[in-house]
Design a protein around this ligand. Structure first.
Ligand code: SF4
Ligand code: ZN
Length: 336
């Protein structure tokens, strides 16, 4: 089968658009969807200036999503003096897993000449995920601890580096799964929080719990939190994997030994089957979800919204006396 845009051989067929694309046209399409999202989310404000560049902090795990995000942002902004990219890798203390992906992060950032920072749960919280998974004092999935710890560090270092935006590599599949999980649990408040987390107005899932991540809609600079954005959220996971492979990017693909999101796995299978039979369903879920989440967030704010204070232990912005991260760290240490 030939590419629909030239005579070269197609390497992929996107059922949701009906397009067959060769390697070259496919890669350009991934890049243009990512750049369009950056534009439409107004990530780069009109008044950004070379004298006072914006700092964008990228959560770089070394997996295909964050590696592709870093590469495309670099290709887009390397020559643009208004944006400075910083990549942050978080080492959770998972033997044989994060060490390898850290090597991928180092290769990539050295190659691109992007500033790279590393923080570890061990140094920050005096714990390792390998031990947390065994001790499990709260009787929950390892990812439920790990997600809270990771979001805490992303926020903390975004503030520390004076970042204007915090960018993560969530793809279309991640986002549609999270949206469905919120629907299925009837969790409208969670939708509202996730919407506002992307506005930098609420802490989102960082305090709300579980292993969810926010589903952002667009960003503004209101509120006490660094605005978050997910420029790959229009690109299906499979296409990101293909892009990484075609561009020969140093992505790390092994699965974490503690990955345990059984419920997300069920949703993933459901969405996979739906997409097979009804191409485009992930895109339409997200379009509807974003509108609903925006309405929910408005209603939530009109109702007064949450009241923020500072965590008694660490000073992080929270709606509780002691933030979720500090409670979990204390529970883990108490079980030692
Ligand atoms: Fe942490 Fe779970 Fe991701 Fe492993 S799969 S790194 S435990 S969130
Ligand atoms: Zn705290």
């Amino acid at each position: 089968m030939d590419c629909d845009k030239c005579d070269d051989e197609a390497v992929m067929h996107a059922a949701y658009s009906g397009l067959h694309m060769c390697a070259d046209h496919f890669c350009r399409s991934v890049e243009s969807r990512t750049r369009r999202r950056v534009r439409e989310d107004n990530l780069l404000p009109d008044d950004a200036s070379p004298d006072d560049p914006e700092t964008w902090l990228i959560g770089l795990s070394g997996g295909k999503d964050s590696v592709v995000l870093t590469q495309i942002l670099h290709d887009t902004f390397a020559e643009d003096p208004r944006v400075e990219l910083v990549a942050l890798t978080i080492h959770e203390g998972i033997e044989g897993y994060r060490d390898e992906s850290l090597a991928a992060c180092r290769d990539l950032t050295e190659d691109l000449d992007v500033r790279h920072e590393l923080v570890t749960y061990e140094e920050e919280f005096d714990l390792r995920m390998d031990d947390v998974a065994v001790e499990d004092p709260m009787d929950m999935a390892p990812c439920a601890y790990c997600g809270v710890f990771r979001r805490d560090l992303l926020s903390k270092y975004a503030a520390e580096y004076d970042a204007d935006k915090l960018l993560t590599g969530h793809n279309l599949d991640d986002e549609a799964q999270t949206a469905l999980m919120n629907f299925f649990e009837g969790d409208v408040e969670q939708m509202a929080k996730h919407f506002d987390a992307s506005l930098g107005a609420f802490p989102g899932a960082a305090d709300g719990g579980g292993d969810r991540d926010g589903t952002p809609v667009r960003v503004s600079t209101d509120g006490p939190f660094v605005p978050r954005a997910k420029p790959l959220r229009d690109v299906p996971e499979k296409e990101i994997a293909l892009y990484a492979q075609l561009q020969d990017l140093p992505a790390h693909i092994t699965e974490c030994p503690h990955a345990s999101e059984a419920y997300r796995g069920e949703i993933q299978q459901l969405l996979f089957d739906m997409e097979e039979n009804h191409p485009g369903v992930r895109h339409s879920i997200m379009a509807g979800y974003e509108d609903l989440a925006a309405m929910a967030a408005r209603a939530y704010r009109d109702g007064g919204g949450p009241e923020y204070g500072e965590c008694e232990r660490c000073g992080a912005t929270t709606t509780r006396a002691v933030c979720r991260k500090c409670s979990l760290v204390e529970a883990v240490h108490a079980a030692d």
